[in-house]
Design a protein around this ligand. Structure first.
Ligand SMILES: *Cc1c(COP(=O)(O)O)cnc(C)c1O
Length: 824
């Protein structure tokens, strides 16, 4: 068959997507791919078979999408991210492709339960928290909106660790997510690039031009694995390309011929460690050499791949900004600025100025945090040793940049020190955020308040220099996962009233506002919430052995455990509430379940201590007969995307209580409000915009503002005064500090309480009274179920702005300059 015939066949007879067609594919895959006799097939074999069947259909559409983009010569955006927190693929793919029902029926006729086997799929947890989940939401949105958008990242052998709770403490287990293989990906053994490390730079003169050669390097091969990502309700399928490290020793027989066979294999294993494991740190920079190598490894492979494609398309290198946008998801891939410069200078031999103009025109940089401990810096010594040519280029970038600064601020030597890419005051460090800002034409914060703080604090000098580079693009979440998939009962209710188009145009939810005043609709909405709560109660019982009452208020704080997120404030209130119950002062009959979930970085001692405290408190309260179900405390182990899809639709109250000014955006806040939880929160991150959208009367805002936090700190904050002035707080801290919850180890939390009284860097005590007061309002409102439900419905109705589709449209227009291209 000639190529033309194959193409014709593919175009006119793609894999059928009806029930019978799927059934045949699944059966074929079970026998011929999985190699299983249908008589003996286990649920996992069926999962494998169905994934193969779906993957066949994904790849066909992927090919058409790719050909369309090539034919139309579109500009493409490449999203560079160290993390993708994806979760499971099966149900999401089926819903996006539109053959969920057909597949469910096909399986059912073969005696297999779709939802049952879907539970067996491991989460693709190639990320820590919000930053990685944002990347996954952006991929979904780019495909759903027909954007020519590509993800690049690392195919970690081990993703985010699995959290177990033993004796109240977090235990980490490796996440061997590839144990049973990965039936969604396409390995591309022919898509390989050499990535170099170490060595030295040799310079020579060629016709008066300086030429640089990077020599005597160690080399690693980056091999591509492609993950087709389907859009919702269209036929476009985009691609996420993840790189795995392979040793060059496979390709270099000499090493084996030297006679040291075992040594050669050992070297091979060493170079393959680059893509072995995700660093489990959220909002903290890790100064380890392997981390720098991971960053450069995936950046170098990705940029080589981008430039290869650019050449294959027949474009000139100077046309790069017309065809390519590169987005840096935080500073983790910021070395890309130097890598692109290196290729433009050393490979394409462009003059400095044109290389630099091209580089600036293609890069955009998203900042995710103001926390000092999260700002990446690399010792010059390390950078020079690992990436010697890049260090030279960074020096040159800095030289030109500082000349521009001198021109703008003549005579100001302090501003030079503050702006320099090299920090000279802390033992010569490369400031990756500065490299990212200098090398990008657009820099964005992830919420309005965050961008404002970037402009006024962290990047203030840059903002004075280039105000036009700064834009604010508030994060969003994909409605496909966080409503359509996670909350089918609510979706059915919504669609019954306003049709189905909201999935791709979330602002349409506003039409639900009027239903909030209809008692019958409120009844239906409440019934959905109660069903979701029963589903969660079953899961909590299964995972923790704790029985919770679906009629209680579900008060939920799920997110990474971090001091600035203030799980401590929450548990202090839990104890205060417990004391009121014991004294008979708790007033009304509101029952509460306070549910926590989240992982602590394995080396973050204080965060792990907070997990233990929550469990110690839970243990005592849950077994106190005086409490008698008025209050239950649950720590839900191993919070991940799959857990989130069950917990979030069941929440009544969403805890978003970070110290104001410290949470860049938050996206958990959006998922919960969209699913009809009322927020108790500080004016931080996107909470501010959520308040503007849903109305202050439909939330519980409390505590110091970002400005007041700064003033309090500047005045000299004395937490002990809060303790002295507030009898309830005093009692709570005395209980923790004296071992009330840990009689067998009374000193366990002595240092924690001391720290709160003497430092309290996150102003927990300063906000305690306001928080308790806000919680009283929560209790009061919850006794009026009609009013509560009305406000919950208004939350859902008014959250349309926080769709990731709006976020991606803003990036496309304000940063990337790409436009949608759909095939029908
Ligand atoms: C959304 C999400 C996060 C981010 O939650 P925040 O409350 O914004 O910190 C973290 N982990 C998982 C699994 C998520 O789905």
């Amino acid at each position: 068959m000639a190529i033309a015939d194959i193409l014709h066949e593919l175009e006119h007879h793609p894999r059928p997507c009806d029930k019978e067609g799927l059934k045949k594919s699944i059966r074929d895959a079970l026998i011929h791919q999985a190699g299983k006799d249908p008589l003996e097939a286990t649920p996992r074999d069926w999962l494998e078979a169905v994934s193969y069947a779906i993957r066949e259909r994904l790849i066909e559409r992927r090919m058409f999408t790719q050909r369309l983009f090539n034919r139309e010569h579109v500009k493409r955006v490449y999203y560079l991210s160290m993390e993708y927190l994806i979760g499971r693929m099966l149900i999401n793919s089926l819903l996006n492709l539109g053959f969920y029902e057909a597949c469910r029926e096909a399986l059912s006729e073969m005696g297999v339960d779709l939802l049952g086997i879907a539970e067996l799929e491991p989460d693709a947890a190639l990320g820590n928290g919000g930053l990685g989940r944002l990347a996954a939401c952006i991929l979904d949105s780019m495909a759903s909106q027909c954007m020519p958008g590509y993800g690049y990242g690392i195919r970690y052998e081990y993703g985010m660790f699995q959290q177990q709770i033993e004796n109240g403490q977090q235990i980490e287990h490796p996440d061997n997510w590839l144990r049973y293989g990965n039936n969604w990906e396409f390995p591309r053994p022919e898509k390989i690039y050499r990535v170099r490390f170490y060595g030295r730079v040799v310079t020579h003169r060629d016709n008066g031009n300086l030429r640089h050669h990077w020599q005597d390097c160690e080399e690693v091969i980056a091999m591509a694995y492609d993950h087709p990502t389907p859009g919702y309700g269209n036929k476009n399928v985009n691609n996420l390309r993840l790189w795995a490290a392979k040793s060059t020793r496979d390709f270099d027989l000499n090493y084996f011929n030297e006679g040291d066979y075992i040594g050669a294999i050992q070297k091979k294993a060493e170079s393959e460690t680059i893509s072995m494991v995700l660093y489990p740190n959220d909002a903290t920079a890790i100064g380890r050499e392997l981390r720098l190598k991971q960053e450069y490894f995936f950046v170098s492979a990705s940029i080589q791949d981008v430039l290869d494609h650019h050449e294959e398309m027949g474009y000139r290198i100077t046309e790069l900004p017309d065809k390519v946008a590169l987005q840096l998801n935080d500073t983790h891939p910021a070395i890309a600025v130097a890598e692109l410069m290196r290729l433009l200078l050393d490979k394409y031999q462009l003059p400095w100025m044109s290389a630099w103009e091209i580089t600036k025109a293609v890069f955009g940089y998203t900042n995710h945090t103001l926390l000092p401990e999260a700002l990446e810096t690399w010792p010059v010594e390390v950078m020079e040793r690992v990436l010697p040519r890049h260090m030279q280029i960074i020096y040159d970038i800095n030289f030109h940049f500082l000349n521009e600064v001198r021109h703008t601020f003549p005579g100001d030597t302090e501003v030079i020190k503050r702006l320099s890419i090299i920090d000279e005051e802390h033992g010569r460090q490369v400031r990756m955020a500065h490299l990212a800002v200098v090398g990008s034409h657009k820099i964005n914060g992830v919420a309005a308040l965050h961008t404002k703080l970037l402009e006024s604090t962290l990047f203030h000098d840059f903002y004075r220099l280039w105000p036009e580079r700064f834009v604010s693009i508030t994060n969003g979440i994909t409605p496909r996962l966080w409503l359509h998939q996670a909350n089918p009962a609510l979706c059915a209710l919504i669609s019954e009233h306003i049709g189905r188009d909201w999935v791709m145009d979330l602002s349409q939810l506003r039409a639900l506002e009027s239903f909030a005043d209809d008692p019958k609709c409120r009844e239906e909405f409440r019934a959905v919430k109660e069903a979701n709560k029963r589903r969660l109660a079953d899961l909590v019982l299964e995972r923790t052995g704790i029985r919770i009452d679906p009629n209680a208020m579900f008060d939920v704080q799920v997110k990474r455990i971090h001091e600035y997120k203030r799980q401590l404030l929450n548990i202090l209130h839990v104890i205060a509430f417990y004391n009121r119950i014991r004294r008979g002062e708790a007033g009304d009959q509101t029952k509460r379940v306070v549910l926590f979930g989240g992982k602590a970085a394995p080396s973050y001692v204080r965060a792990k201590q907070v997990i233990r405290l929550i469990n110690d408190v839970a243990d005592l309260i849950n077994h106190d007969p005086m409490v008698n179900d008025r209050l239950k405390v649950v720590f839900f182990p191993n919070y991940d995307v799959s857990a989130a899809t069950v917990i979030i639709p069941a929440a009544d109250l969403s805890e978003q209580i970070s110290t104001a000014g410290m949470e860049a955006s938050g996206t958990g806040n959006m998922k919960l409000a969209l699913n009809g939880a009322l927020t108790i929160g500080t004016l931080d991150g996107a909470n501010v915009e959520i308040r503007d959208a849903v109305g202050e009367e439909n939330m519980f805002i409390f505590g110091l503002t970002a400005e007041e936090v700064a003033e309090t700190r500047a005045r000299g904050y004395r937490p002990r005064e809060c303790y002295q002035e507030n009898a309830e707080l005093k009692e709570v801290l005395n209980m923790i500090g004296s071992g009330f919850f840990t009689p067998d180890d009374p000193a366990r939390y002595g240092d924690l309480v001391d720290d709160l009284l003497n430092n309290d860097a996150f102003l927990v005590l300063a906000d305690f009274a306001a928080y308790v007061q806000a919680q009283e309002q929560v209790d009061a409102l919850y006794t009026d179920r009609e009013d509560w439900t009305r406000r919950a419905m208004l939350n859902t109705a008014r959250m349309g702005y926080f769709s990731i589709d709006r976020t991606v449209q803003q990036y496309a227009e304000e940063v990337w300059g790409v436009v949608p291209e759909c095939w029908i």
